[in-house]
Design a binder for this molecule. Sequence first.
Ligand SMILES: C=C(O[C@@H]1C=C(C(=O)O)C=C[C@H]1O)C(=O)O
Length: 390
Amino acid sequence: MTSEVTADLLPVPGTPPTGSGDSAQLLARWRPGEGTWFSGPRGALLARGVAHRLDDPDEARRRLRRIDAAGDAPAVVIGALPFDPAAPAALVVPEAVTWAPPLPRSVGRRGEGADPTHWQSRPVPEPAGYEAMVADALRRMRAGGLEKVVLSRVLDLVRDTPIDQPAMLGELAARNLAGYVFAVDLPSGSGPRSLIGASPELLVSRRDGEVVANPLAGSAPRRSDPADDEATGAALLASVKDRHEHALVVDEVAAALAGCCDSLEVPAEPTLIRTDALWHLSTTIRGRSAVASLDIARALHPTPAVGGVPREAACRAIGELEPFSRGFYTGMVGWMDADGDGEWVVALRCGDVRGATARLYAGAGIVPASVPASELAETTTKLETMLASL
Ligand SMILES: C=C(O[C@@H]1C=C(C(=O)O)C=C[C@H]1O)C(=O)O
């Protein structure tokens, strides 16, 4: 049984301009308020300074073409788009961009020393409140008109002294080498504010016309015992509930991609991927397209991996049930060049960090077969990725 588990690494589309820099040294140069870090299995980049700020993603392509023609700044846009497509984006054209190869395996962890930091934490809603939200969603499903909805919760953390954001980013990078690690400068009234995270989910990449999307949905916790861990992955791959939850996402992503792509390959069966904390069902969809990566990403967003099916009913349920605004969580983070090539990942396993505070987010896909206590446990496991970096 366990030998049937095939866990692939995250998919490789084209190769971004990887440069020749030392990516671990580059990572150590990121500072909050001064730029953006983005790394993944195909490369890393550090953007610094702000040549232009863009809160309207519609402007990105036009602006990049103008900059490219003038040749006076790197023609790259980088940053984040929020969950609500009508809310302002946090995109910049930086003054300087340094590209580097993927982070090496040797990038160091801080280690498990005793940390004297005193944290106060407050879950929103309380765990019982989250279970009640899930129960409410299940009632809506029974009443008809809703097939799937992703419901999330937050953990607000505060400590006595400012959070060391570069240390947090370094730790996330060391623990999530196969994923996408980012630190994006967010608009803030006072002091640097960053969206920091380690997402396993590629919304879409495009390189020389080759498009890759890697929707994830269906999750199980990793186990410390290797045999137990493999059995958990195998059970996820065989789970009717999770396969259904996954298929809803793949169908919608494939349909949205069909509208932007000339050709499309959609595997019939999902595979497994693993992060530090979780197993996920994963499907790698490939196609060819002349549409710019950010436009494809926006056509896909929100996929049912973060919204639901049907989209409108799910977004209404999210607005009515979640007692907070998602902000940039479940939006997207990435970069694009003047040709429209780029990579956009789903903003998951992330936190909004400012001063001595961090708001961490986690959600789970609810389908009719969901059990409130299991969905709560899944969000707790998803929070571990960020908690381990603090
Ligand atoms: C919503 C999150 O994750 C998403 C939901 C998943 C699920 O419900 O199984 C799996 C991966 C992501 O697409 C999150 O991490 O907060």
